[in-house]
Design a protein around this ligand. Structure first.
Ligand SMILES: [Zn+2]
Length: 150
């Protein structure tokens, strides 16, 4: 029998959650939980200046731990990253983040808000978004791509 990761109760077909990545929670816990916030790892929680390998995780961004503590008061804090979950888990343990993080996943889970250093907010206007995409560059990157300064 599957157990709910929050209340440790049995998950019957009647109280199953079918949302991708949330299957290990019963429906009552799922409904009662705080709203989700998905936080990107590289460049948001961890310092980042470009991919250097799967085992190369940056130190925490200054203020990242306080940021996550504050968020946890109102949200279910989820780390959303394409990185290996185990590597991020170890990083969270090493840097004191573990108790504030509800979940680490590479699925885009439903969330109230996403925090990402590589996102453009879509406002409903494609023309404006095309301009923003064209001019986009993450804050940690001096050049848009090799050799082209924007
Ligand atoms: Zn439960």
């Amino acid at each position: 029998m599957k157990k709910c990761r929050q209340c440790f109760g049995d998950i019957f077909p009647e109280n199953e959650v079918t949302v991708n990545g949330m299957e290990d929670m019963c429906y009552s816990c799922y409904k009662a939980r705080k709203p989700n916030i998905c936080i990107d790892f590289d460049g948001v929680l961890a310092q980042y200046s470009g991919w250097k390998g799967p085992d190369c995780l940056g130190d925490p961004m200054p203020g990242a731990l306080d940021f996550v503590k504050r968020l946890k008061e109102r949200f279910n804090v989820i780390i959303l990253s394409t990185r290996n979950e185990e590597c991020i888990k170890v990083w969270c343990d090493d840097h004191g983040f573990t108790e504030y993080i509800a979940y680490i996943t590479d699925h885009k889970l439903p969330a109230t808000v996403y925090v990402d250093d590589r996102a453009v907010q879509f406002s409903g206007n494609f023309t404006q978004t095309l301009v923003e995409v064209e001019n986009f560059k993450p804050y940690w990157k001096e050049y848009w791509y090799e050799g082209v300064k924007k």
